[in-house]
Design a protein around this ligand. Structure first.
Ligand code: GTP
Ligand code: MG
Length: 422
């Protein structure tokens, strides 16, 4: 019914001409002022083996030195290290969070290398959902730590992707915008690089890994061209450096070797400039927006479905699916009431069972005590009878003794008297 209602209200929309200036055309300026006032949060996740050049590339991208410390090469599991920085370009403040993997690819068994990373990404979405659902929050104050860009650093082996690369990219591709890059591209020669790139893209395509596509929008031809070129350069071959080198009269970031100098800014040497322009100048907003409208919405929808919410198209009102918060609340409450009732009955039954068991136990103890008491009583009676018997025996013996003594005394007396008169 809702969809029908939407369709009919759509029909009623008419084009109306304004008779004069009203002012809403300035909304774009309002957006810009808001952005200048609030700044933007941008969060980059760098996945790559230890020492592959993650920190150097971020420093090179933002033309600064973020001074991040090197990771431990011997950790027994993958972990993530996050650092947040405040950057300013003209009047725009950027709150940049860089999350780097630590120990990635250092374990013998690499099958679960993506788990900690996936957990981190989900945790950021979960925090955002929780903040969004919080009754007292204000949207603009939500601390946005969701990962907007995932730079996946491929080892410059010249061969092909490793199993760990495909596993991880596949596990994360519905969660974040993945941009695969070939790290330390100066260590691989030009012809090999072309074949290497082709093999990598074939593998990505064959394994149906969804990587971020720089957007093509008919209304912006200049952006379009650049994005088309960047998409065609996938995976972008990059070189990072914090050193300045001089090539001819030009000084730029680069790497100096015995045999020559590589300039990072030289598009013949690597794709770094295209990467920086496409990520930071042209598509930064798209990366943030896509994270929100695609990846985050999918996470949020799944979470809400778990709670019991259905989207209009999914909900089947005839089947009584829930729609409003009140409906969900009532349904959840009756569900919980039922659970509480069931638990109460169960607790009562268990209580009665325990009381009965205790009663039985007490009865058995009582029986045992009674038995012991009776035994003790009969033993006592036996002893008493025996003592009584002994006492009577003794009495008889005393009596007998006294009788004998008496007769003896009598005899003695008669003997004495007869002797006297004779
Ligand atoms: P961990 O954080 O310790 O895992 O390392 P990381 O991936 O952040 O690498 P880091 O940027 O610290 O660089 C490691 C080493 O590689 C340093 O000596 C860098 O100078 C060097 N390096 C970085 N980028 C490049 C590159 O593009 N080419 C070459 N040849 N070396 C590079
Ligand atoms: Mg690092």
């Amino acid at each position: 019914p809702n969809t029908k209602q939407n369709a009919s209200s759509l029909k009623e929309i008419k084009n109306v001409k304004l008779k004069g200036y009203v002012g809403f055309e300035r909304i774009a300026d309002q957006y810009v002022s808001k952005m200048v006032r609030d700044g933007i949060s941008f969060n980059i996740l760098c996945i790559g083996e230890t020492g592959i050049g993650k920190s150097t590339l971020i420093d090179t991208l933002f033309n600064t030195n973020l001074n991040t410390t090197s990771m431990d090469h011997c950790s027994d599991k993958v972990s993530l290290v996050s650092n947040t920085f405040e950057l300013k370009e003209k009047n725009i403040n950027l709150k940049l969070t860089v999350i780097e993997t630590s120990g990635y690819g250092d374990q013998i068994n690499k099958a679960n290398s993506h788990e900690e990373i996936l957990k981190y990404i989900n945790e950021q979405y979960e925090n955002y959902v929780q903040e969004e659902l919080g009754l007292k929050r204000q949207i603009k104050q939500i601390n946005d730590k969701r990962v907007h860009l995932c730079l996946y650093f491929i080892c410059p082996t010249g061969h092909s992707l490793k199993a760990i690369d495909l596993n991880t990219m596949k596990a994360l591709d519905s969660k974040v915008n993945i941009v695969p890059i070939i790290a330390k591209a100066d260590t691989i020669c030009k012809n090999e690089l072309i074949d290497f790139k082709k093999r990598i893209m074939d593998e990505i395509f064959k394994n149906e890994v969804n990587i971020y596509q720089f957007p093509i929008n008919e209304n912006e031809p200049s952006v379009n061209n650049q994005n088309l070129i960047t998409n065609s350069l996938y995976p972008l071959a990059v070189i990072g450096s914090s050193q300045m080198v001089k090539v001819g009269n030009k000084v730029s970031k680069g790497r100096q070797y015995e045999w020559g100098t590589v300039s990072i800014e030289n598009e013949m040497h690597c794709d770094f400039v295209k990467l920086r322009e496409s990520l930071l100048s042209t598509n930064l907003f798209d990366l943030i927006e896509l994270t929100h409208i695609k990846h985050y919405q999918m996470y949020r929808a799944n979470r809400l479905r778990e709670i019991g919410f259905f989207d209009d198209l999914e909900a089947d009102t005839d089947q009584g699916d829930f729609r409003t918060i009140k409906d969900v609340y009532i349904a959840k409450k009756s569900e919980l009431d039922e659970v509480i009732q069931r638990n109460e009955i169960q607790i009562k039954e268990e209580f009665v069972k325990k009381v009965k068991a205790k009663e039985q136990e007490i009865k058995e103890i009582e029986k045992e005590l009674n038995g012991k008491f009776n035994q003790w009583k009969s033993e006592q009676n036996e002893w008493r009878d025996r003592i009584e018997f002994k006492r009577r025996e003794l009495d008889d013996q005393i009596r007998e003794f006294n009788e004998r003594k008496f007769s003896l005394d009598k005899l003695k007396l008669s003997t004495l008297s007869s002797n006297k008169y004779s």
